[in-house]
Design a binder for this molecule. Structure first.
Ligand SMILES: [Zn+2]
Length: 184
């Protein structure tokens, strides 16, 4: 029945329930849309990208992450790439930018895709970007003048939840609350 609707084969690295939990987490995000404030930024994202984020990052211990990509020049995220070779030093997620850059030049750019942001996980209830996160994002945006907004959600594995956040070019010193507009 509805079990077959999203026919993803990947399973949790920790338990078999995750498939169910991912659906719950995504449902929570969808119902949260009715609670949206006019100041919130909409992030249009493919269902599969949210699923992969929760499956890969939500099911692991915190300070893991990966990259969102989508079509060049469009505010639309179509893919999540799990940064499995990243290092988590001193309780922070440090992206493996060498591998990410290689994938960008070899896979994504030739396919008309660009990086839209980075998602990473935090321990406990820490659902906002740290000062270090913000300065990292700011550096990336300064180096990539085409990026108007940087999508930077926080995943809380302990709650199996996502907080969608963005950093805009005109306000690079803080994150803005956003919401996912999930499309199939
Ligand atoms: Zn962080």
């Amino acid at each position: 029945m509805s079990e077959e609707k999203n026919n993803y084969k990947s399973v949790c690295t920790r338990c078999e329930q995750t498939k169910h939990l991912i659906r719950q987490a995504i449902e929570r995000l969808k119902t949260a849309e009715s609670d949206v404030c006019i100041k919130m930024v909409a992030i249009k994202i493919k269902h599969k990208a949210v699923y992969d984020l929760m499956n890969q990052v939500g099911s692991r211990l915190p300070e893991k992450g990966g990259v969102f990509v989508g079509p060049v020049g469009r505010d639309y995220i179509t893919e999540f790439y799990f940064d499995h070779s990243a290092t988590s030093t001193g309780g922070t997620y440090a992206p493996d930018y060498l591998t990410i850059n290689r994938k960008l030049h070899e896979d994504w750019e030739p396919a008309g895709l660009e990086i839209k942001g980075i998602a990473h996980s935090h321990p406990g209830n820490l659902d906002s970007l740290t000062r270090a996160d913000i300065s990292y994002i700011k550096r990336l945006m300064v180096n990539n003048p085409n990026m108007k907004t940087f999508v930077a959600p926080i995943v809380l594995p302990h709650h199996y939840a996502i907080r969608p956040l963005v950093v805009s070019r005109d306000q690079m010193n803080r994150a803005q609350q956003a919401y996912f507009e999930i499309v199939d």
